[in-house]
Design a protein around this ligand. Structure first.
Ligand code: SF4
Ligand code: MG
Length: 274
């Protein structure tokens, strides 16, 4: 279905700064489609970002938006949600922004089960600062700062969020654009901390260094390595090596922070305490 561009995009801010073939436009579109299909009130939806190529997305979106400091989007979003729990608060972050400098904010928001939706534009690299490796760069792949191949093991951010207490975690890719929209819809609808690992191609820095020269090569790389959840659960650890599951990985219910906070305030007011 055609989207109303004027409703969702700040046309005066276009054209965007992303490179030709960058996956970030596909993820941004999936977010806008999810918001549109859910029928969210644009005046009650806030989009917050940190720093990086992904962080430019809110600038193009016609909501109340906040472009904050590196790694701190979740901290700003926490303040917004605690002050105005009725708002839909969506965080757009990158793999460097979320997992490195912002890693602490991510795990603590998950632990609190605060009702935020975090969408990580995961391109396996620091794109904006010219291709340094991030905590999500796959082992053995090349980056400006790993010219002989990445030695370190990457985080699995969905597992990290689940281990920290997050109640919703999902993964999809720009190749799976319809699935990506659907998991973002589920994440936004979920009451509690929701995280989506959205794999997005950076042909300029990741692809070029890793023999995936075109955006299509990168999207095929996502296609070849991704496995639907049902098939994933039947695979041996050896078969899972080098691949990743896509879909909703966890969805549970637990007390949500703004609700338990409101209950406490009410209880104290009944006791006559300020
Ligand atoms: Fe996209 Fe990479 Fe270009 Fe950044 S550097 S806009 S992530 S292709
Ligand atoms: Mg990145």
């Amino acid at each position: 279905m055609a989207l109303s561009l004027d409703k969702y995009l700040r046309m005066s801010k276009l054209p965007h700064i992303w490179c030709p073939g960058c996956g970030h436009g596909i993820v941004t579109q999936a977010i806008v489609r999810a918001i549109d299909e859910l029928g969210l009130d644009t005046d009650k939806t806030v989009v917050v970002s940190g720093i990086g190529c992904s962080a430019r997305a809110p600038g193009y979106l016609h909501f109340d938006t906040l472009h904050t400091t590196h790694g701190r989007a979740i901290a700003f979003a926490t303040g917004i949600k605690m002050a105005k729990p009725e708002l839909n608060v969506i965080i757009i972050t990158g793999d460097g922004d979320a997992a490195a400098i912002g890693g602490n904010h991510l795990i603590h928001a998950a632990r609190r089960n605060l009702d935020l939706t975090v969408i990580c534009f995961d391109n396996n690299i620091y794109g904006m600062t010219s291709g340094q490796y991030s905590p999500l760069t796959p082992q053995g792949s090349y980056a400006t700062t790993s010219p002989y191949g990445m030695l370190e093991k990457p985080f699995d951010l969905c597992n990290l969020v689940m281990g920290a207490g997050g109640t919703f975690a999902a993964r999809s890719t720009t190749y799976h654009a319809r699935q990506l929209t659907n998991v973002i819809k589920e994440a936004i609808s979920h009451k509690g901390f929701a995280f989506v690992d959205a794999l997005s191609q950076c042909p300029t820095y990741f692809g070029r260094r890793n023999k995936l020269r075109t955006p299509l090569d990168m999207m095929n790389w996502f296609k070849d390595r991704s496995v639907p959840l049902r098939a994933w659960s039947k695979m041996s650890p050896e078969e899972q090596e080098g691949k990743f599951p896509v879909g909703v990985l966890t969805k549970t219910q637990a007390p949500e922070l703004t609700e338990v906070y409101a209950q406490l305030v009410e209880k104290l007011q009944q006791r006559g305490e300020d």
